[in-house]
Each structure stands twice: as structure tokens, then as C-alpha cells.
Design a protein around this ligand. Structure first.
Ligand code: NG6
Ligand code: CA
Length: 512
């Protein structure tokens, strides 16, 4: 503890007094904006090879900054990737970090160091705007949506938060500002249930004729209908508070821009967690029909526009030069994720995971290797393409080192300081990385080992190759990025060494 405070104290002195942090006197700390898109694949952006869709605003970050080709989320779904980003802990070390329902309790212990608390310690104002999906309220306690919500983003390091609880396909379909559900009418209290139907409202199962966006067969998404869309989970009440899906991107953008304006005179950290391009894909009128790929393409355009609006706001506020803005995604892509939005049929000729195998839910590269572009005009040289191995879990150790904060091992046991790589000063990132689809994998250098796992090889609903195999898999990513050629049988010693290393990382409770 003492150490920690001493570290904090010295870092404050350092930051106030440092004459030369980046070659300039009295360098103001950079603003940091982390834009976290949902389910955007390695091949979904034009800068990563997409030809059927154009994403000029996101691509611009790479042209004016750096674009990574070997950047990763820890996991192939949302909640665990976000948990890792916030805590620096591999999510599989903690039970209950899988995809959460909308009424789940907060899974980040509030006493922990988190990425936003680290920024607070460095004197930043912090905000979380957008999708949350890390649970709310005390453990094992039912959330009362009609009273202030006790634990959430504000208790894990965010000074300001405007968010929805889980995903846009899960109830409750409401926005929360700090602790309060927005536009709540006390005479129409909200109730949520994930185990049984509550209330008298139509459900997708009973009244499919009421759906404006039909659910895909067998995927669920057929509980309470809100805004013509069947959701996962049942809710009643809160009629006035329910969102309109087509407005979500605009609402979040407005809140993000407002936070930037209010904090233009002091350093800020904005975690901007987009709803796009998760299902249900419901673009605003502005983007409907604007792509050649149906709704999924339209929300890619909407997402790109959103990034462009953030860049404009930075220009307008005179903050462009000294803002580090990062764009990334929480997991790989999926076409059919449960609504009949024709994504599969209309994406012909588009490869959402690029040359990678698998996608969302998969232990193959498509599940976790994601786009990562970053711009900071003052520091990052324009036009760098980097193949450094980096992971979102590394942000906490990287910024810890940047701010000269002392991060104890137990604070972020799986986070590595890769700041030099993030800023394009070296092409060397971390040496190894454990990733999670269903199975765990270990990547070290060119080699990727996927540990044996029972379970279906192909998830039919989403058409995902899961990476499950009862035999070990070993791929040489330098020659076989598509993981087609399993070299395990020919390299038993390598398999043994990597399996042992993975076991050791698991047992040690830490990897740094
Ligand atoms: C799945 C949902 C899927 C999506 C996912 C979470 C079904 C059949 N599928 O359970 O639609 O919501 O959870 O996505 O219900 S994530 O990006 O937030 O991890
Ligand atoms: Ca996701």
C-alpha cells in the first residue's frame, strides 16, 4: 500500500515537474479516447482489405497514425474481452465472466485497480459512454431499476457514465446515466426477468407478426418485443424509458461529444463503447440502405461516420494534436447472430474476418485478432503499419508505465507494458499471449497452440468454426495465418512445451 501511494506521489511530482516528457517543455498530458466497436472483424474495414465497404474515417487514423496487424482482444465474446481491458486479468481466471445477461451483478471488484482509475490517479476526468456489459449492482443482489443503481461504471473508475446495461438485444432496453435509468416514470416501474415471462406484453415467440425485424429461426431473441424487435429476456414497465434502436448511435455520440466539450481544458479519458455493429443492426434513417450489404453494411457506415464526428469534434475543440485516439473491437465478426437481417446473403464477396479462420465465438484467429488503429499527431509518426503482438489487456500496464505509476503484480497480473509498440517506436510487442474462444490458445512468436477441447467443431446457428478439437492443434502463423495446416502431430516437442507453458500460466495466477 505504502509503496502504491509513494508511487502515486512520485508520479504526480514527475508529471507536474517533468521538464521533458516528450521532447517539449510543460507537455500537457494527452487526452485518450478508446473507441471500442462491437463485433467488428479483421476484414470489415477498408484499411484491412475490405473492398465492398468503405470506412474512410477509421482508415484515416491509420494513415495519420498507426495500424496494427497483430492486435488482439483476449476473448471471442464481449464480456470477457471488456473485463480484461478494464482489469488486466485474463477473464478465464475469474468465474462468471462469460456473456452476461442484462440483470447480472457487477463482475469487477470495486476495490480493484482498473484502467479508468489509473487515469483518475493521473489527474484525468474519465467517462464511459455506450455499451457496458460488465454487470451492475452488488453480487447476488437483484437490481432494482427504479432506484439508484448501486454499483457500476462510477464505482469502477468512471467519473461520468452514460450507457446501456448489457447488449442491445437484451433487456432492459434503457439508457442509464450514472446511477439512474433515464426517462423513468415512477408510475410505470421497470421489472426484468431472465427466467420466465413477466407482464402481459407480446413476445417474439407468441406474436411474431408484430416484429419489424424478425428473429432468425432457433436463435432465441423471441422474448419481450421492444420497438418491434424481440429481445433476450423479459421486461415490463418503463414504457417511456425504452430506447429507439435507430437512435442509439446518435445518443451515444452526443454524450461522448458533450463530455469532450466539458473537459476540453483538462486531460480526459473517454471509453466510447459503440453499439455498432452488434445485433439487432438498426441503422438510423441516415444510413439505411446506404451500403451494398444490407443492415450489417449500413451500421458499418454508421460506425465509420461516428468516428468521423469524433475526429471533427477534436478539430473543433483544438484537441487533435494532443489526443491519442484508438479504435478497436471487442471480438471477431459474425454474420448471422440471431436476427433475420440477411447479413449472410448480402455479404457475398465480403470477408468479415479477412483471411483469418473462424470469427466471434471461435478459438481461431478470426475470434480475437481485431482491427486496432491509433493516432496521436504529436507523438505517433503517420502511416506506420505494425505487426507487434499487442492485446487490449495491455493498456493498463502500458498506461501505468506511461504515467510512472507503480502497478503491483496482483493489480494487473496479465498485462504487459507495450507502450513503445503502441506508439510505433518499436515493432516488438509482447512475447506471448493467451486467448480464449471456447478453448484457450497460446501464441508465442509465430506459433499458436490451441489446447484440446470437447465440443462441436461447427456452431451451426452462426456458422462459426469454434476451434474445438479433442486433439492438440499447432499452427505456424507466419506461413499459415488461416490456420489450415495443423502441425501438432509432426511437432510433439513443441506441442508439449506450449501445453506446459499454458498450464503454468494458468496455475501461477499471473503471466507477467
Ligand atoms: C449470444 C446471442 C447473440 C449475442 C451474444 C453476445 C443468442 C442465440 N445469441 O448468446 O445474439 O447477443 O450472445 O454478444 O441468443 S457479445 O458481443 O455481447 O458477446
Ligand atoms: Ca462483441
Amino acid at each position: 500500500m505504502l509503496n502504491k501511494y509513494f508511487g502515486l506521489f512520485t508520479s504526480l511530482i514527475f508529471l507536474v515537474a517533468a521538464p521533458d516528457v516528450f521532447g517539449q517543455k510543460k507537455q500537457q498530458k494527452p487526452n485518450v479516447i478508446f473507441i471500442y466497436a462491437d463485433d467488428v472483424g479483421y476484414g470489415d474495414l477498408s484499411s484491412y482489405g475490405a473492398t465492398k465497404i468503405s470506412t474512410p474515417n477509421i482508415d484515416r487514423l491509420g494513415k495519420e497514425g498507426i495500424r496494427f496487424t497483430n492486435a488482439h482482444a483476449t476473448s471471442a465474446t464481449c464480456t470477457p474481452s471488456r473485463f480484461a481491458l478494464m482489469t488486466g486479468i485474463y477473464p478465464w481466471r475469474q468465474k462468471g465472466t462469460g456473456v452476461l445477461p442484462g440483470d447480472a451483478s457487477l463482475i469487477i471488484p470495486t476495490e480493484r485497480l482498473t484502467l479508468p482509475t489509473l487515469f483518475q490517479h493521473a489527474g484525468y476526468k474519465t467517462a464511459s459512454v455506450g455499451k457496458w456489459h460488465l454487470g451492475l449492482g452488488a453480487p447476488n443482489k437483484q437490481i432494482d431499476w427504479n432506484k439508484p443503481i448501486t454499483k457500476g461504471p462510477n464505482e469502477t473508475g468512471f467519473d461520468y457514465a452514460y450507457f446501456f446495461p448489457a447488449t442491445s438485444d437484451r433487456v432492459p432496453t434503457v439508457f442509464v446515466e450514472n446511477h439512474e435509468v433515464q426517462a423513468l416514470d415512477p408510475n410505470d416501474p421497470i421489472e426484468v426477468d431472465y427466467s420466465k415471462k413477466i407482464g402481459q406484453e407480446p413476445t417474439g415467440l407468441e406474436n411474431p407478426e408484430l416484429l419489424k425485424l424478425p428473429a432468425a429461426p432457433d436463435h432465441g431473441h423471441n422474448n419481450t418485443i421492444v420497438n418491434g424487435i424481440g429481445r433476450i429476456g423479459w421486461m415490463k414497465g418503463g414504457k417511456q424509458a425504452r430506447w429507439t434502436d435507430e437512435e442509439i448511435a446518435h445518443v451515444f455520440l452526443n454524450k461522448a461529444q458533450q463530455f469532450m466539450e466539458e473537459n476540453s481544458k483538462n486531460p480526459f479519458f473517454l471509453y466510447f463503447s459503440l453499439n455498432d455493429i452488434h445485433v439487432p443492426r438498426m441503422p438510423s434513417t441516415q444510413f439505411k440502405g446506404k451500403s451494398s450489404m444490407g443492415l450489417r453494411g449500413d451500421v458499418i457506415l454508421q460506425m465509420d461516420w461516428t468516428v468521423g464526428e469524433i475526429l471533427k469534434k477534436l478539430d473543433e475543440l483544438g484537441l487533435t494534436e494532443n489526443t491519442l485516439i484508438i479504435f478497436s473491437s471487442d471480438n471477431g465478426p459474425v454474420l448471422d447472430d440471431g436476427y433475420a437481417d440477411r447479413a449472410v446473403e448480402l455479404s457475398k464477396g465480403h470477408h468479415p474476418a479477412g483471411a483469418l479462420r473462424g470469427g466471434k465465438y471461435s478459438a481461431f484467429e478470426g475470434g480475437t485478432r481485431i482491427p486496432w488503429l491509433a493516432r496521436w499527431p504529436k507523438v505517433i509518426k503517420p502511416g506506420i503499419v505494425s505487426d507487434a503482438l499487442i492485446c487490449q489487456i495491455d493498456l493498463i500496464a502500458s498506461f501505468g508505465s506511461f504515467f510512472k505509476q507503480n502497478i503491483e503484480m496482483e493489480d494487473a497480473p496479465d498485462s504487459f507494458n507495450v507502450m513503445e509498440a503502441l506508439l510505433g517506436r518499436t515493432q516488438t510487442g509482447r512475447e506471448m499471449l493467451v486467448k480464449q474462444g471456447g478453448a484457450l490458445s497460446l501464441t508465442r512468436g509465430n506459433w499458436k497452440y490451441i489446447e484440446p477441447r470437447e465440443g462441436i467443431a461447427l456452431q451451426k446457428l452462426t456458422n462459426t468454426e469454434t476451434g474445438n478439437n479433442t486433439k492438440p492443434q499447432l499452427y505456424d502463423l507466419s506461413k499459415d495465418i488461416g490456420e489450415k495446416n495443423n502441425l501438432a502431430a509432426r511437432n510433439p516437442a513443441k506441442v508439449k512445451a506450449m501445453a506446459e507453458e499454458l498450464d503454468k500460466i494458468r496455475e501461477a495466477g499471473r503471466s507477467r
